[in-house]
Design a protein around this ligand. Structure first.
Ligand SMILES: Cc1cc2nc3c(=O)[nH]c(=O)nc-3n(C[C@H](O)[C@H](O)[C@H](O)COP(=O)(O)O)c2cc1C
Length: 186
């Protein structure tokens, strides 16, 4: 696929079929992720692949409770609170796979490195017809000791990008972009 088509066409997919994703395909996505640039070529990323739906169900439940008890009122929070209080809302949209990118080293730029790997992974997923989506709602719970222990992550790892992947049921419409703010100096 042409790179510009992939960049323009990728969407956050919130509706998946129950079809799983082949292990080889997941490995290829991770291979695309590790081609991202990283500061001092540190490559501080690790990948935790979760396909057990009972683990994803528990993670969704605990992440919702954690978000509700830690997010303060105001801004987007009222909308978030009603979403997170809904017992039918599953933060992973029942996608078949979660690929969690965590920083294994506390480098100055390890979060940026992992985010770049995440974008590569999402573009690579789109290029092979898969949907993906960064689940911000999972992040703060995954960074607690309870969240890390649920996935068996070492305490020193810092979860950065929880990305779900699966076969999309529908192609989401494109999302309006704001005009970029550009300042030319010189
Ligand atoms: C860091 C990050 C966290 C996100 N977390 C969520 C989330 O928890 N729930 C959600 O519905 N969308 C989440 N999104 C998806 C954004 O809503 C989406 O990227 C944005 O609306 C633009 O749509 P597009 O990805 O289809 O271009 C997240 C995106 C990013 C980059």
């Amino acid at each position: 696929m042409d790179l510009n088509n992939a960049i323009a066409g990728r969407r956050s997919v919130r509706d998946y079929t129950s079809q799983g994703v082949d292990e080889k395909v997941i490995e290829n996505l991770i291979d695309s992720a590790v081609h991202a640039p990283s500061a001092v070529n540190e490559q501080p990323w690790t990948f935790t692949v979760v396909r057990d739906q009972s683990v994803l169900d528990r993670l969704s439940q605990d992440a919702k409770s954690h978000m509700l008890s830690t997010t303060s009122a105001g801004g987007h929070s009222d909308h978030f609170a009603s979403l997170l209080s809904d017992p039918n809302f599953h933060i992973f949209y029942r996608a078949p796979v979660l690929i969690l990118i965590s920083a294994s080293a506390q480098g100055l730029w390890s979060v940026e490195d992992c985010a770049l790997a995440a974008e590569n992974l999402m573009l690579a997923a789109y290029a092979v017809g898969l949907g993906s989506y960064w689940i911000g709602f999972a992040q703060s719970f995954l960074n607690t000791s309870a969240g890390k222990s649920m996935l068996g992550l070492p305490a020193a790892w810092a979860p950065v990008a929880p990305i779900i992947v699966g076969h999309p049921k529908v192609s989401p419409p494109s999302v309006q972009r704001k005009d970029p703010v550009i300042r030319w100096v010189g």
